[in-house]
Design a protein around this ligand. Structure first.
Ligand code: ITT
Length: 200
């Protein structure tokens, strides 16, 4: 039997990042009953895998098996061409234990300046995994390319959004309306693949 997600299903959004929850809810378009890992008191697993896909699967599997509900997890991050793809899967960890993204963005600026490059290209990746409790899982990946701008601009979104300007646009993700980001982001592109695979 093909794996499908029926409308109205209870779905655990397996994230502890409050910035991701509204984006996930908007991208799912009211189709499911969303429970969050926070609401269910689920612990945050250690992200021990070496790829976005591996960590997304790990988080979805963990939340599904613990909660008994189908779970959806996002593992995402910013990759900088001149830094050989860093911070990549370490994007959250560059912000330190206090999740200070001003610090993380300064660190990106310093590291790029230290290379002496003029190449400020970067991309965001989102791996989305859906796992059934003690059952199968599906994972997809989306990417959006852009350029980094310093100092960052805008107060919308979360994480590295103020310094990321997607190709073909002159606003950063931090300046855009949420719906504009949701129309083109790495997460939106991964969601489009997930919908094609799992929705009727
Ligand atoms: P969960 O694992 O609980 O979902 P997390 O914040 O630890 O939360 P990740 O390990 O996937 O999530 O880390 C993703 C990092 O990449 C995080 O620091 C984000 O700020 C950054 N990031 C991912 N998507 C982003 C986006 O759309 N805009 C800005 N920054 C983003």
């Amino acid at each position: 039997m093909a794996l499908k997600l029926e409308a109205g299903t209870k779905l655990v959004a397996a994230t502890h990042n409050p910035g991701k929850v509204p984006e996930i809810a908007a991208l799912l378009d009211g189709r499911f009953e969303i429970l969050t890992a926070g609401q269910l008191g689920l612990p945050e697993p250690d992200e021990t895998e070496a790829s976005f896909v591996g960590n997304a699967l790990l988080k979805a599997r963990h939340a599904a098996d613990l909660s008994g509900h189908i779970a959806l997890a996002d593992d995402s991050g910013l990759s900088v061409t001149a830094l050989d793809g860093a911070p990549g899967i370490f994007s959250a960890r560059w912000a330190g234990p206090t999740k200070d993204f001003a610090l993380a963005m300064d660190k990106v600026a310093e590291r790029i300046e230290a290379t002496g490059t003029e190449n400020y290209s970067a991309w965001f990746t989102s791996a989305l995994a859906v796992a059934w409790p003690n059952g199968p899982a599906v994972v997809v990946e989306g990417r959006v390319d852009g350029t980094l701008v310093f100092p960052g601009r805008g107060t919308r979104g979360f994480g590295y959004d103020p310094i990321f300007m997607p190709d073909g646009h002159d606003l950063t993700f931090g300046e855009m309306e949420p719906a504009a980001k949701d129309a083109m982001s790495h997460r939106a592109r991964a969601f489009a693949k997930l919908k094609a695979a799992l929705f009727d």
